[in-house]
Write a protein that binds this ligand. Structure first.
Ligand code: ACO
Length: 400
């Protein structure tokens, strides 16, 4: 069983309490042995008690470089939709939505708006905070499940930012876990690939794939973009202490938006000889979700993932400054925090104003907390994402 996920060489601040001191030397300079990890992670989104092997870190353990989060930014559309607005189109109420989810408002793109522009705005703000010139960006990762082009939208953000050196830009699709995956990918590029400035953007417009007649899903989602600039630094300043990532394709049945063939497609005829050719055009269906299954998956798997990341980082939940979860449902945030014994005042929550913004939710909440003076330089954050795929994961990071 592989068991080396997320073991970068953490330069753990001395004030942090380590929960596994004998292993630190191994973590820092080599491949951990099987004995180096005291606990295996057991988690399944679908089958209680089934075993999922810890994800593998494929980055070199012998590293000379670290990476740190040095800037953040976010943007939301102009159109604000309240619970009362929703109650006018589906059979629901402000009270039901508030009590069951904690959500009061969300922002939604109109047909004139562009998600790519929103993402570029968030990225621009992150660059400004980091004081990094667009020309010095050498990778743009757009984490999204709702690009505005089949082939991805990352290159359009690179263009909008005016990066003159043609840095690599591509999309990552991992639903609400997308930003976490982007963050870990950025670290891999920096540690193993010699990259210096990586923009990780989480942006989604799930409103375009919501069935606005389905009260079970349409109340949850909002659109937004958030971005973080991850920068190379020396290993002593390293700000990614540990991570843990998983997926479970079996759980897709609980949350999906599959491709469907268009019923009527007058533009295509048949060639009369080959059955089923040419194929009909396709599009994605609306989001289909078994909410209570996803809820159960989240409250079971997310705490295990955070505990795993903390263990790899040599930290305990009591030593983190902030718990920053994907903003799906306040009840999920509360349940995970209770399980990890993190008090409510150390849980970052802004979903009341934005709903579930998918890949944008973590950088959006981080940006708000940083600009609001809540998260300060040097703070340690346990971040976790979860969602369609199913995918889930966590990372322990330091802000600046
Ligand atoms: N208004 C009023 N009543 C409603 C509404 C609504 N909007 N939605 C459902 N109900 C009703 C149901 O019909 C049901 O009625 P019944 O008892 O008569 O059958 C009752 O309320 C309870 O329904 P549940 O679905 O059991 O309600 P629950 O407490 O589970 O809340 C919710 C539903 C909010 C969707 C919750 O399950 C949830 O948040 N799940 C997690 C979703 C999530 O986190 N997704 C993240 C991933 S998203 C991504 O990756 C793209």
């Amino acid at each position: 069983m592989a068991n080396a996920s997320g073991h970068f060489s953490p330069s753990i601040p001395s004030l942090r309490k380590r929960n596994n001191p004998p292993c630190i030397g191994i973590y820092r300079y080599g491949f951990p042995s099987a004995e180096g990890i005291s606990k295996r992670v057991f988690c399944s989104s679908t089958i209680q008690g089934a075993e999922v092997s810890p994800s593998q870190s494929r980055v070199p353990r012998l590293i000379s470089k670290g990476c740190k989060l040095v800037g953040c930014g976010s943007a939301v559309p102009n159109l604000k939709v309240s619970n009362d607005d929703l109650a006018k189109i589906v059979d629901t109420s402000d009270e039901w939505i508030s009590v069951r989810t904690g959500i009061h408002n969300r922002y939604v793109l109109t047909s004139n708006d562009s998600l790519t522009a929103l993402a570029a705005e968030a990225a621009q703000k992150a660059l400004q905070m980091a004081e990094v010139d667009p020309d010095d960006v050498d990778l743009v990762l757009l984490c999204t499940s709702t690009p505005e082009d089949l082939f991805g939208s990352a290159t359009q953000i690179q263009k909008a930012l005016g990066c003159k050196n043609n840095p690599l830009a591509y999309d990552i699709t991992a639903a609400c876990s997308g930003f976490l995956l982007g963050l870990v990918s950025a670290a891999c590029y920096i540690r193993g690939g010699g990259f210096s400035n990586v923009l990780v953007i989480g942006a989604d417009a799930l409103s375009r794939y919501v069935d606005w007649t389905d009260r079970g899903t349409c109340i949850l989602f909002g659109d937004a973009a958030g971005a973080v600039l991850v920068q190379a630094c020396n290993s002593e300043e390293d700000g990614l202490f540990g991570f843990d990532m998983h997926s479970d394709g079996d759980g897709l049945r609980n949350l999906n938006a599959p491709i469907v063939e268009n019923e009527v497609d007058r533009t295509l005829g048949s060639n009369g000889s080959v059955l089923g050719f040419p194929p009909r055009r396709s599009s994605y269906s609306c989001i289909q979700m078994k909410g209570n299954e996803v809820f159960r998956f989240a409250v079971r798997c997310v705490p295990q993932s955070v505990e795993s990341s903390l263990q790899k980082a040599g930290l305990t939940a009591s030593s983190i400054d902030w718990l920053l979860l994907h903003q799906a449902n306040q009840r999920i945030l509360d349940a995970v925090a209770t399980r990890l014994e993190v008090p409510p005042e150390r849980v970052i929550s802004n979903l009341a104003n934005y709903g579930n913004t998918s890949a944008a939710s973590i950088p959006l909440a981080l940006d708000e907390a940083v600009r609001g003076g809540k998260v300060k330089s040097g703070d340690t954050i346990a971040a976790a994402g979860f969602g369609a795929g199913l995918t889930w994961g966590s990372a322990i990071v330091r802000w600046r």
